[in-house]
Design a protein around this ligand. Structure first.
Ligand code: ADP
Ligand code: LRH
Length: 482
């Protein structure tokens, strides 16, 4: 088999990285060549992403990748890009980005929900798109735009690919999060564009994971020190699609939790579940690599904790995450819980205060001890995961034997143990960098350096990763190793 080296650009809501992935029979060796922080910024009257800064970091990362590869005498076969879903940038006919993209945490989309649902009945939307209702789905964001004449919408990974190659495409796994995509046909739901007065060509045509956008523009290639014939390949450009592709599951009876800023909790299916019961439970049918369906729900995530950490740091309290989690683990079980999915937690700022208020509304008291608040978040997330997995098993009629946790949160031993306890199922944690691995493996397969379907790609991930297993316990104290 041809060994290959691939560059993965993976940008989450909290941080981004550029990695080199070397694929062989023994697994994928990942090397981080560049890492940078990410987060929403208050800019021009809204919560936005500083896209110009992110793009500069991407170029910096590719430059670092080119340097590392040159030192090793390697040729980078291709570049793949994934980021969070839903958000988009608008470019004009000359290809210029007209504003920094809004973040899904900006409140403006919430105000457009009633307008969209007045035109398109939510039950009808679900029958076609199978998309969970989130106030920030692209369809609601677009409904707030005043004038889209002469503008083109590009989802964030597609926008990066466009700047690198000059080629416009909409990668399908990410298109499936817009609310304008037909879950069964795997095509744009053009009737919804028409109904909402959106141009049918607002987004460029679909491109599938494994297909190429094109080669680097000559000036970009020169700027980063890569050959101009370096291809940018579409991967599961929705970060969650890449993460799910790299869940190291050995058979079909698994649930996954892609654990980072959000927790994406669910199953992989062959066909969407578009029933009314599924809509009521707010499950989504997003598209995965190889035409699979990611049947999942967004459960609140580690955003709840990272926003608390940010608030505490503002008050001068900045413990190590490990110390905070150890203090939380030492507290008794059965403390107060919140509904981690409450849309009231979407916006930034004063998270400890909002969590305390939610507990108070439920008739309990949490105090302001960071360890107690941290424990409340962990207990609430674990309970949310258990409810979601039980509902998914029922709605999709698919039993789950094991829960795989991937992403940054798979390093959180307390959360993994509480998840095993709450679900009553073993939890297998890792890899941390599942998203980058999924990104690399789809590129590798396109280049002929890996073969086979998702089960085989998952074997490659499992071969190269040390996984940690958590058995369900009665409490975190019994036999629990932080
Ligand atoms: P995203 O892709 O959404 O930016 P990540 O998958 O990078 O998120 O996960 C980030 C989260 O992982 C952090 O908010 C943090 O809670 C958790 N995390 C990172 N490192 C550790 C660690 N060493 N122990 C426990 N949790 C960790
Ligand atoms: C996770 C994620 C998730 C989306 C959200 C906007 O990073 O892509 O799958 O729902 O961000």
């Amino acid at each position: 088999r041809t060994p290959g080296v691939f560059a993965a650009v993976d940008i989450g809501a909290s941080s981004g990285r550029v990695m080199l992935g070397r694929v062989s029979g023994e697994g994928v060796e990942l090397e981080t060549v560049h890492r940078f922080p990410n987060g929403v910024v208050e800019r021009d009257g809204g919560l936005r992403w500083d896209f110009d800064a992110l793009y500069a970091e991407v170029l910096e990362g590719l430059r670092a990748a080119a340097t590392v590869a040159a030192v090793q005498g390697e040729r980078i076969a291709s570049i793949g890009i994934d980021t969070w879903a839903v958000d988009y940038g608008l470019v004009d006919d000359a290809g210029k980005l007209v504003a920094q993209p809004f973040s899904y945490r900006d409140d403006r989309s919430r105000t457009a929900v009633a307008h969209v649902h007045g035109t398109l009945d939510p039950a009808r939307l679900y029958q076609t798109t199978g998309l969970q209702f989130l106030q920030f789905n692209t369809i609601y964001q677009l409904a707030t735009e005043q004038d889209l004449d002469g503008l083109h919408a590009l989802l964030i990974p597609d926008l990066i690919a466009f700047l690198l190659t000059g080629v416009r495409g909409t990668e399908a796994t990410n298109a499936s999060t817009t609310g304008l995509f037909d879950a069964v046909a795997g095509e744009w739901a053009t009737e919804f564009f028409t109904a909402l007065g959106l141009r049918k060509d607002l987004f460029p045509p679909l491109i599938q994971p494994g297909e190429a956008y094109g080669d680097l523009l000559p000036d970009v290639a020169a700027a980063v020190g890569l050959p101009a014939e370096t291809t940018v390949v579409a991967v599961g450009s929705h970060d969650t699609a890449s993460a799910v592709a790299a869940v190291p599951a050995g058979n079909e009876a698994f649930a996954y939790i892609s654990s980072g800023t959000w927790s994406l909790v669910g199953l992989e299916l062959k066909h969407p579940v578009l029933t009314e019961a599924s809509r009521e439970a707010n499950f989504t049918n997003e598209r995965g690599v190889d035409g699979t369906i990611r049947y999942l729900r967004n459960v609140g995530g580690l955003w709840l904790l990272s926003e608390c950490q940010r608030a505490w740091a503002g008050e001068g309290f900045q413990p190590e995450l490990s110390a905070l989690l150890a203090a939380a683990a030492a507290l008794p079980a059965d403390g107060p819980q919140i509904n981690a999915d409450d849309p009231g937690f979407i916006a930034p700022d004063n998270m400890p205060g909002r969590i305390r208020a939610a507990v108070r509304r439920a008739g309990a008291d949490l105090g302001d001890d960071p360890a107690a608040i941290t424990r409340c978040i962990m207990d609430s997330l674990a309970a949310g995961y258990a409810r979601t997995i039980t509902a998914a098993e029922r709605l999709a009629d698919r039993p789950v034997e094991v829960v795989h946790v991937v992403g940054g949160g798979s390093q959180n031993a307390l959360l993994c143990q509480l998840t095993a306890n709450a679900t009553g199922k073993p939890v297998i944690a890792g890899p941390v960098e599942a998203t980058a691995l999924g990104n690399v493996l789809v590129q590798a397969r396109a280049a002929g350096a890996a073969t086979g379907g998702l089960p085989h790609l998952r074997e490659i991930v499992a071969a190269g990763t040390t996984l940690r297993r958590y058995e369900p316990l009665v409490s975190v104290h019994e036999g629990y190793v932080p």
